[in-house]
Design a protein around this ligand. Structure first.
Ligand SMILES: [Zn+2]
Length: 261
């Protein structure tokens, strides 16, 4: 590698961070919608609950000039997973935050789970959950449009290194975001337990920006489902995610300042 190429890579590496110093554009993705209701248990319907939390979070983000926010869906309508990814890519969003609600055969299962995409093999339970969430896209032709065929193989060495830097940055940022979320939850002794997991969910695997998928609670747990249906708890969830996003933004802004000095 010659010096010019090296400088180019370093400059681009700094650019990946520095682009985040301005308003952080969040693509907020309430899962499911329309005919795809997601998990339904009694009065609790996943598609409705995640939309309510997303709308509350959107209001908080809109009031803060440090953020720009777009919803993949603002109504109860069906959007394919590839279309959600495409929306985030077209808008050049800085972060992709997908909201879902959990269901388990064990009624005792409870708590919030944060999923991020990593290179490590996911555990079997997460794989099973991902296969449920990904069900809607099976046999969908759009997948190919998003993946872009075998374009990667045509790129040169520098492009490949830049791609690698970008992927690493994306993974580290996604992990940092999930850790920040967990930190907010763990700091509230009344909050339900929070766990970080990894799974190949379509939306967090295919987006090129850092991403997290949040399972806001278990609809199969009667106590948790009851809580999730209340406005207070929906506000609390939105407020917690907002706090985590604030702290994440602060961290990357500090990192940018250090990188550029
Ligand atoms: Zn879901």
């Amino acid at each position: 590698m010659n010096l010019f190429n090296f400088r180019q890579i370093v400059a681009t590496g700094a650019l990946i961070w520095s682009t985040q110093a301005s308003a952080l554009h969040i693509m907020l993705d309430p899962g499911h919608g329309g005919v795809d209701t997601g998990a339904v248990h009694g009065a609790a319907k996943e598609a409705d609950l995640v939309l309510k939390v997303a709308q509350r979070l959107k209001k908080l983000l809109e009031k803060d000039t440090q953020f720009q926010v777009t919803l993949t869906r603002a109504q109860d309508r069906n959007i394919s997973l590839p279309a959600r990814v495409k929306m985030a890519e077209t808008a050049k969003a800085d972060l992709f935050v997908s909201l879902h609600a959990n269901a388990a055969s064990d009624q005792r299962a409870k708590g919030v789970e944060f999923f991020f995409q990593n290179n490590l093999p996911p555990d079997e339970e997460s794989l099973f959950l991902a296969s449920q969430e990904n069900q809607m896209i099976l046999n969908n032709k759009e997948i190919h449009d998003i993946s872009g065929g075998d374009e990667l193989s045509k790129k040169g060495d520098i492009a490949a290194i830049l791609e690698d830097l970008h992927r690493q940055n994306r993974m580290v940022s996604s992990l940092r975001l999930t850790q920040t979320l967990t930190h907010v939850w763990n700091n509230d002794e009344n909050a339900s337990q929070a766990t970080i997991k990894q799974a190949p969910f379509y939306v967090i695997s295919k987006t090129s920006m850092p991403s997290v998928l949040i399972e806001i609670g278990f609809l199969t747990n009667p106590r948790e489902a009851k809580k999730l249906l209340t406005t207070d708890y929906q506000n609390d969830l939105a407020q917690k995610i907002y706090s985590a996003l604030l702290s994440y933004k602060e961290k990357i802004d500090n990192h940018t300042a250090k990188t550029l000095n």
